[in-house]
Ligand binder design. Structure first.
Ligand code: COI
Length: 369
């Protein structure tokens, strides 16, 4: 099903340049220290859908608020999906995307799970390329700077009946970003929530939909209250297998040099960074396991020294070492709470490809400017 719909159409987007772009000096001031998800660019991509016309009115236009009917289904039933991806500055001021096809495919799969029309791959890719071409001057020149792209789709219309909508808005916005995590600590701390779960078998865990994140916010707030940076979720059935963090996947590194990450069992997001790191690790000769890992084992292995490193990964988080894990029954630390050697090696291998500082034997990067 996905192949047919996914490849069916082709389109180009009309470019309507913003009449009042942010002046260059003001942009430079904003880009000096953008943080994460606060500084937005001049344009957005939009493609509309309804059941009669299909996808139509594809355009790159000035970034403006949406005008929506208060009975739009997304506002009531959360029929919404999104993606996270980045464009990186290239030497000579060009810009490149990283694995945009992987995001296009995941977006189409999320759409199907949320009873939405999957956006054809070329439309997804053209919308993202077009926005990067329009706004690539917004990529910060800082060490960890990039342009974070947020494609999303919402159910539009005006009805309160419980059925999938027939009208949708697909859009892409862009945000100039630095590091996701604030602060100077080399590692982050996690809170193990025992009360809340993120996803259950048969649910929407592997779809990238807003509802998964809305449901995790209370647990993330609990983590902050306990002095931790991120929440870590356990499985819904046995409440012991580590699944993922509030907004990123997790990896474990062992003293024998092997690495492990929870398997994609339907409740875990198919992270593009997760997948890229698995490939890089295998090609480095590292033994890789996609197997369940329990919270008790994690504690025991950290305490015995069998586990030497752990890290979080995602488009926003890149590769971030985990230094401390805390829960209702105590806490443990990992590897001196600093950046471990394999974490650093994997992070550098990934980032160097993304930024064009190393060859890309996988064909993961696509230069767009
Ligand atoms: C990403 O890494 O792109 C994400 O979507 C995580 C987000 C919750 C910040």
């Amino acid at each position: 099903m996905i192949g047919e719909i996914f490849e069916a159409e082709d389109t180009s987007l009309v470019f309507e340049p913003a009449e009042k772009p942010v002046p260059a000096e003001e942009r430079a001031r904003l880009l000096a220290d953008p943080g994460f998800g606060r500084v937005f660019t001049d344009h957005m991509a939009i493609i509309e859908y309804d059941e009669h016309e299909g996808w139509h009115d594809a355009r790159i236009t000035a970034r403006t608020p949406f005008l929506m009917d208060p009975a739009s289904p997304v506002l009531h039933y959360a029929q919404e999906i999104f993606e996270g991806m980045k464009a990186y500055r290239r030497p000579g001021r060009g810009a490149a995307l990283f694995r945009p096809d992987a995001n296009a495919l995941r977006f189409a799969k999320s759409a199907i799970r949320l009873a939405m029309p999957p956006l054809p791959k070329e439309m997804f890719l053209e919308s993202v390329r077009g926005l990067v071409r329009a706004d690539h001057e917004w990529i910060p020149d800082t060490e960890d700077g990039s342009l974070y792209l947020r494609p999303f789709m919402i159910a539009n219309g005006s009805f309160l009946g419980m059925r999938p909508s027939t009208q949708f808005i697909y859009a892409v916005i862009a945000s100039a970003v630095g590091s996701y995590f604030k602060g100077n600590s080399p590692s982050v701390s996690l809170w193990v929530t025992r009360e809340y779960v993120r996803a259950a078998p048969g649910g929407t865990g592997e779809a990238k939909c807003g509802g998964n994140y809305a449901g995790s916010l209370i647990a993330q707030a609990e983590a902050i209250r306990h002095g931790c940076d991120q929440v870590v979720f356990l499985d819904a059935v046995e409440r012991r297998w580590v699944e993922e963090l509030g907004g990123m996947n997790v990896f474990f590194v062992f003293e024998d040099g092997s690495i492990q990450t929870p398997p994609l069992d339907g409740t875990i997001l198919h992270g593009v960074t997760r997948d890229s790191l698995l490939t890089l690790a295998r090609d480095m000769g590292v033994t890789v396991r996609e197997e369940p890992y329990s919270i008790e084992q994690w504690k025991a292995d950290a305490e015995s020294g069998r586990l030497t490193e752990a890290f979080a990964c995602g488009t926003a988080a890149v590769v971030t070492p985990i230094g401390r894990v805390k829960g209702i029954d105590g806490e443990f630390t990992i590897g001196g709470q600093s950046v471990g050697p394999l974490t650093l090696r994997l992070r550098s291998a990934l980032v160097d490809i993304q930024k064009g500082a190393a060859p890309d034997p996988y064909g993961w990067t696509e230069r767009v400017v």
